[in-house]
Design a protein around this ligand. Structure first.
Ligand code: PMP
Length: 424
């Protein structure tokens, strides 16, 4: 698919590119609103991967033979594609991982070993996914670092005044999600980066929920690390990205040892490969890298501006429709969200996710009964138990949107919720 294949098409008309959306579930047309968990794949992504397996496949970086070199070229082209997607200055700063979780674990392990001493502080926030909490707790228990937590306000935003109070001379790193997977809150990460840098700390941005919805520019937001998952941005599972500032990655020890990450090996001494290979031990998922590159082509051809506009419209419409349901309680969105723009790292905002509960109906009952109507939503704590505690609930029902969702699907969701509510 070239740029012209998608250019100028409204996001809703892109549905035909996603065969799974034509499925029915329990006799109802599928309404897929679990995009925060994973997005569906356009045919071009699957085709690119099938083509590589059927016609190119060979292990990368190892062989002198033709296929190996072709597979290596595809993987390095994919790295360049990712570099452009996140607007990194250099391909050396783009490390392939298995996903956001592995990217954050890599930073937690290698950054802590390189830069942190006992008593040094890492600041997290109350709206982090477990994958940006637990790796830091493992480091706390191993190396005696301290964790501080930035609270969330009643309307679901980060309390930046409180954050300012937490930053001090022992702060080394601030770890923050760009977009909350529960509330849809878009955090002003460029402002937070300035606050961190002003006290000599670095910043890690979890962009798992941002990459499918908002333009990413690591240089403009001036972040030191950024993590994302391929499967949430219309790409395959098993591949993710860590962007890291070159001078930091250079000073960090490898995360895993094995093939490909070495210079020379003897039993006495091993030297390490240059960036980014130092952090890519073992055979990488090179076919998934190609799939991710294709997905990024797809997203950019659809147009991030158009995606933002469409998903914002869906979010506003969903808020309007859901607020009409008796007993509806929506989390976050204290006031109607300002449409996120390309300036989101400065302004913040909200969008693409609506978390709710209705009356006393358990989130699991709501999710199960909606499923029977063909509506796929997420229920539970969304891997954000500390945030659930802050909200005073055990779990929520979450509808999360992607470029292919439509207003009519929001209508189906609202009607479904009303139908379920009448059963109780
Ligand atoms: N951070 C956030 C904000 C997420 O929403 C998720 C996925 N739900 C993750 C991290 C973890 O991503 P993955 O499971 O793909 O590693």
């Amino acid at each position: 698919m070239t740029h012209s294949d998608t250019c100028g098409r409204g996001p809703a008309s892109l549905r035909a590119d996603f065969p799974i959306l034509a499925r029915s579930v329990y006799g109802h047309p599928l309404v897929y609103l679990d995009n925060g968990a994973t997005t569906q794949k356009p045919r071009c992504v699957v085709d690119a991967m099938t083509d590589e397996y059927l016609n190119v496949n060979a292990n990368v970086h190892r062989g002198v033979h033709y296929l190996s070199q072709q597979a290596t070229d595809l993987m390095e082209q994919a790295r360049e594609r990712v570099r452009r997607f996140v607007r990194a200055a250099k391909v050396e700063e783009v490390v392939f991982t298995r996903g956001t979780t592995e990217s954050i674990n890599l930073v937690a392990s290698s950054y802590t070993q390189a830069f942190l001493r006992e008593g040094d502080e890492v600041v997290l926030t109350q709206m982090e996914h477990h994958s940006n909490i637990v790796p830091w707790q493992l480091m706390r228990d191993r190396y005696g670092i301290r964790l501080r937590v930035c609270p969330v306000t009643d309307d679901g935003r980060l309390d930046l005044d409180a954050l300012a109070g937490l930053l001090g001379e022992r702060t080394r790193l601030v770890c923050v999600t760009a977009v909350s997977n529960v509330l849809g809150t878009v955090n002003p990460v460029a402002r937070i980066a300035r606050m961190a840098h002003a006290c000599g700390a670095h910043i890690l941005v979890d962009a798992a929920q941002a990459a499918p919805h908002l333009p990413i520019d690591v240089q403009a937001m001036d972040c030191d690390f950024l993590a994302l998952s391929g499967h949430k941005v219309y790409g395959p599972t098993g591949i993710g990205v860590l962007y890291g500032r070159e001078e930091l990655l250079e000073q960090m020890p490898p995360y895993m040892g094995g093939g490909e990450m070495i210079g020379t090996v003897s039993f006495e001494h091993t030297t390490f490969n240059r960036l980014p290979y130092k952090f890519e031990a073992g055979t990488p998922d090179y076919v998934a890298a190609t799939g991710l590159a294709r997905a990024m082509d797809y997203v950019e051809a659809a147009g991030m501006e158009a995606i933002m506009e469409h998903e914002h419209d869906l979010t506003l419409y969903a808020l309007q429709r859901l607020r009409q349901v008796e007993g509806m309680r929506i989390f976050g969105y204290g006031s109607l969200p300002a449409a996120p723009t390309a300036a989101w790292p400065e302004t913040g905002g909200a969008g693409s996710v609506v978390s709710f509960l209705v009356g006393g109906i358990h989130h699991l009952d709501m999710g199960t009964l909606l499923d029977r109507l063909g509506i796929a939503v997420r229920t539970g704590h969304h891997c954000a138990e500390p945030l659930m505690r802050r909200l005073g609930v055990e779990g929520t029902v979450r509808a999360s949107f992607a470029l292919y969702n439509t207003r009519s699907e929001v209508d189906t969701l609202a009607a479904g919720i009303e139908r379920v509510a009448r059963m109780f």
